[in-house]
Design a protein around this ligand. Structure first.
Ligand code: GDP
Length: 299
């Protein structure tokens, strides 16, 4: 929590501080509530959740008065509710019938997929699970090299094909190797050229089909860059139409004042944010914990 708070403090803390300052005014008049709405919208929480939150805060502070607690306590409770602490945020990495768990990682180029695959593999290895990485982002030679570097760093094998080879065949080989060697988890990195939706749909569909000839995909993680705001929301929508996303990884939260995107994207897709990226380093990936997140927001 301390590290999360440090990482978020520079950018995010201002959201919480801004809200608290507004809520602490002697009179919560219409202008103040509008200012509160502006702060929430600027943080990318989204229109509907903002309206809901403001309505809840108004009601509780008006009806319950001092019984509701301090403005900070009320805000904390309602922000946590908004992030929905009841969602299951565990990564589904355990396969069935002795087969590996298969995690497919999707998202647009530059969102942080390859980095996230590397970071997850490190966590799994630390948890004493065996891992194979599939470099199915064959479109960019740099992506394959980058994943290979992560593989060396973490000490896990990376299955790759020649540049420009069929992503599905690389994914197939990676899962095949995982099944044959009794590996615990296969992580498959993919390409994300969103400008060609039909092509991407074909490609990801095929990747998923060939994998599932060998083992079920246990988790489809959508990686989104938190700094991209509404653009990220559009990407999220497109990917959720293409594949059955089961969890979201929100990267670059360290450099974003837009922590509210957590709320917006969960609402949009109906699936939980499971992990957050807090930097470029190997250890800069954390499970998403609603309470710790809100506490970091409130500073
Ligand atoms: P991909 O194209 O989706 O595979 O994206 P990459 O994994 O290559 O990441 C793109 C850039 O974002 C790289 O420079 C990463 O180091 C950086 N990056 C990834 N995750 C994070 C994060 O959580 N925080 C920060 N600050 N940078 C990140």
């Amino acid at each position: 929590l301390v590290r999360l708070r440090q990482r978020l403090s520079r950018s995010q803390g201002s959201l919480g501080r801004g809200l608290l300052a507004l809520l602490s005014r002697d009179r919560l008049d219409e202008d103040t509530w509008e200012d509160i709405e502006d702060v929430l919208l600027t943080a990318d929480i989204g229109v509907k959740p903002t309206q809901e939150l403001v309505e809840k805060l108004r009601t509780r502070l008006r009806v319950e008065g001092n019984d509701a607690g301090t403005p900070r306590e009320v805000l904390r409770e309602e922000l946590i509710n908004l992030v929905d602490p009841s969602m299951d945020r565990g990564l589904q990495v355990t396969g069935q019938d002795g087969k590996p768990g298969v995690v497919l990682v999707v998202g647009v180029n530059g969102a942080g997929k390859t980095t996230t695959v590397g970071k997850i593999s490190r966590i799994l290895v630390a948890d004493e699970r065996s891992v194979v990485l599939g470099a199915a982002d064959t479109f960019r030679a740099a992506a394959v090299e980058q994943l290979a570097t992560w593989g060396e760093r973490v000490g896990v094998p990376v299955v790759k094909g020649p540049e420009g080879s069929d992503p599905a065949s690389v994914a197939f080989e990676a899962v095949k190797q995982g099944v044959e060697q009794g590996t615990d988890v296969v992580l498959v990195d993919t390409a994300g050229r969103l400008q060609n939706k039909a092509g991407l749909m074909d490609e990801l569909g095929k990747v998923k089909r060939v994998i599932e000839k060998q083992a079920p995909v246990t988790e489809v993680l959508l990686v989104l860059d938190a700094t991209t705001g509404q653009n990220g929301m559009i990407q999220a929508r497109v990917f959720s139409e293409i594949v059955n996303v089961t969890g979201i990884v929100l990267t670059k939260l360290d450099g974003s004042a837009k922590g509210g995107i957590v709320v917006a994207v969960q609402r949009e897709l109906g699936v939980p944010v499971k992990l957050v990226g807090l930097g470029e380093g190997a250890d800069d990936l954390a499970p998403f914990q609603p309470e710790a997140f809100v506490d970091a927001l409130l500073g």
